[in-house]
Design a protein around this ligand. Structure first.
Ligand SMILES: C[S@@+](CC[C@H](N)C(=O)[O-])C[C@H]1O[C@@H](n2cnc3c(N)ncnc32)[C@H](O)[C@@H]1O
Length: 262
C-alpha cells in the first residue's frame, strides 16, 4: 500500500501511517465487498479509476482561510508594491496555488489581490489552483463553505466577499463571483509532467512537501524554479524548508524563497 501510494502521489507514509490506511480504506473495502487488502491492491493495480479513489482517500486536505497569514501579508506589503513599481510595461501577474485543497488558499489570495491597487492600476492578475484530489477540487470550484468554520476571515471580509445562504443554505457562505473569476481550478498531480508554462510570479506549495521524501521535494523545488520568473517567489508550509535546490533560491522570509536571476 505504501509503495503504491508513493508511486501514485509521491507521498511517503511513515510507519505510524498504517493505522490511518486501515481507517480510511476499511470503508472502501466494505463498499466493494472485498475481503482483504490484498484483493484491494490487485484492483488498484489494474483499475486507474480505483487508483484515483485510493490516492484521494489517503491524501490529507486540511486547510483554512488565511492559513499562515504572514504569506498573505508578504503579498500585500512586499509583492504588490514591487509589481506596481516595476511592472508598468508587463501588467500580467500569474500565480500558482499548487496544492490548493478545497480552495481556501487561492480564495484568500484572490481577496488580498482584489483589495490591493493592482486592479485600479490595470493589472491582469490570474491564479491557477491545482490539486491531485478531484473531489476536494470540486469543493474548491463550488466555493461554498460552512460559515462557522470561517473564523479566520474578518467580519468585514465576510461581508464584502461572501454571500450568506438562506433557507436550506443557511449556515453556508458563498464566495463572490469577482474572486472566482480570478481563479482557474484544474486537477494536477505534482509527480506527473505539468501542463503549465508559466512564467509565474508567485507559487504557493504549502503543507504538501511534508508528505514527500527529501528526493521528491528536491526534484519539485527544481521544477518550480523552472516555471518561476527570475525574482519570482516560492512559498512553502510552516514546517517545510528548502534543502536541496536552494542554489536556485534565496530565503527572503519565513518559508518564503526568491528565485535567483540565474
Ligand atoms: C494539507 S493540504 C494543504 C492545502 C493548502 N496548500 C494549505 O496549506 O492550506 C495538502 C494537499 O496536497 C494535495 N496533494 C497531495 N499529494 C499531491 C500530489 N502528488 N499532487 C498534487 N497535490 C497533492 C492533497 O490532495 C491536499 O489537498
Amino acid at each position: 500500500m505504501r509503495r503504491m501510494l508513493n508511486e501514485l502521489t509521491g507521498i511517503t507514509l511513515q510507519e505510524r501511517g498504517r493505522e490511518m490506511i486501515y481507517n480510511r480504506l476499511g470503508r472502501r473495502l466494505r463498499q466493494l465487498k472485498l475481503d482483504g487488502f490484498a484483493a484491494y491492491i490487485q484492483l488498484v493495480e489494474k483499475d486507474s479509476e480505483e487508483a484515483r479513489t485510493f490516492a484521494e482517500a489517503l491524501t490529507t486536505n486540511t486547510t483554512h482561510f488565511f492559513r499562515e497569514e504572514h504569506h498573505f501579508d508578504y503579498v500585500s506589503d512586499v509583492l504588490v508594491p514591487d509589481w506596481l513599481k516595476n511592472r508598468s510595461q508587463d501588467k500580467r501577474v500569474r500565480i500558482w496555488s499548487a496544492a490548493c485543497s478545497s480552495g481556501e488558499e487561492p480564495y484568500t489570495l484572490a481577496m488580498v489581490l482584489q483589495e490591493s491597487r493592482l486592479r485600479s492600476a490595470g493589472f491582469d492578475t490570474r491564479i491557477l489552483a491545482t490539486d491531485i484530489d478531484r473531489a476536494t477540487l470540486e469543493k474548491a470550484r463550488m466555493g461554498t463553505y460552512p460559515a462557522e468554520g470561517m473564523g479566520t476571515v474578518t467580519p468585514e471580509r465576510m461581508k464584502r466577499w461572501f454571500k450568506r445562504g438562506v433557507g436550506t443554505r443557511a449556515g453556508q457562505a458563498r464566495v463572490a463571483p469577482e474572486l472566482k473569476q480570478m481563479i482557474t481550478f484544474n486537477p494536477l498531480n505534482l509527480m506527473n509532467p505539468w501542463p503549465v508554462k508559466g512564467p509565474f510570479d508567485l507559487i504557493l506549495c504549502r503543507n504538501v512537501f511534508i508528505y514527500f521524501s527529501p528526493e521528491v521535494t528536491a526534484d519539485l523545488t527544481l521544477r518550480f524554479s523552472e516555471v518561476l520568473r527570475p525574482g519570482g517567489i516560492l512559498m512553502l508550509g510552516h514546517s517545510e524548508s528548502m534543502v536541496a535546490g536552494s542554489t536556485r533560491f534565496d530565503s527572503v522570509g519565513k518559508t518564503i524563497y526568491r528565485r535567483r536571476a540565474s
